[in-house]
Design a protein around this ligand. Structure first.
Ligand SMILES: [Zn+2]
Length: 173
């Protein structure tokens, strides 16, 4: 899967991550969510309800407001982003939450390197999503070929493989 994102939006993610001193930054991505590709149209920063530097929980009010606005503008909830102190790989806690939001794209930003990676859970498995800089608007019915994301490369500080089976815990909501 490909995640199309504009360079201005990457800058917003980097700025939000830098600004959230001593805290994980987090937020919502609205846009177009397809099976083979997604496009971020808007980054909606949210409050981290846990005010923690190693954990996050998107403030439920901020989440609801973003989802409702997306619905009123016919935009999909593409997924979520949050920062980590150093790694941009999903933590075990992230994986537990990702399973609850199948198909949504989770972007993780490393605060130390500002490297970002994206993942999603599909058919109960975590897969890396290929991030590409977008120039134009993705048409909903556009001819998008199905692509397989390359395997995640190793990252300094990574203590566990990124592509991990999450087993039969998949839940639909
Ligand atoms: Zn995380």
């Amino acid at each position: 899967m490909i995640l199309l994102i504009r360079s201005e939006q990457l800058r917003v993610l980097a700025d939000e991550t830098r600004k959230a001193l001593g805290m994980e930054s987090c937020g919502i991505m609205l846009g177009i969510l397809g099976d083979a590709a997604a496009e971020v149209e808007e980054i909606v920063p949210a409050r981290n309800r846990l005010k923690s530097e190693s954990e996050f929980e998107i403030d439920p009010e901020d989440l609801l407001r973003a989802i409702e606005r997306g619905e009123s503008e016919s935009r999909d909830l593409v997924g979520f982003y949050h920062s980590h102190p150093s790694s941009s790989l999903p933590s075990p806690v992230d994986e537990e939450h990702m399973v609850l939001w199948p198909r949504k794209v989770w972007v993780m930003v490393s605060r130390s390197s500002l490297v970002l990676r994206a993942y999603r859970v599909i058919s109960g498995e975590i897969e890396e999503v290929d991030i590409q800089i977008s120039r134009g608007r993705l048409e909903k019915a556009g001819p998008l070929s199905d692509r397989t994301a390359p395997p995640p490369s190793s990252s300094p500080g990574a203590s566990r493989p990124a592509r991990a089976s999450v087993g039969p815990r998949t839940r639909r909501w």
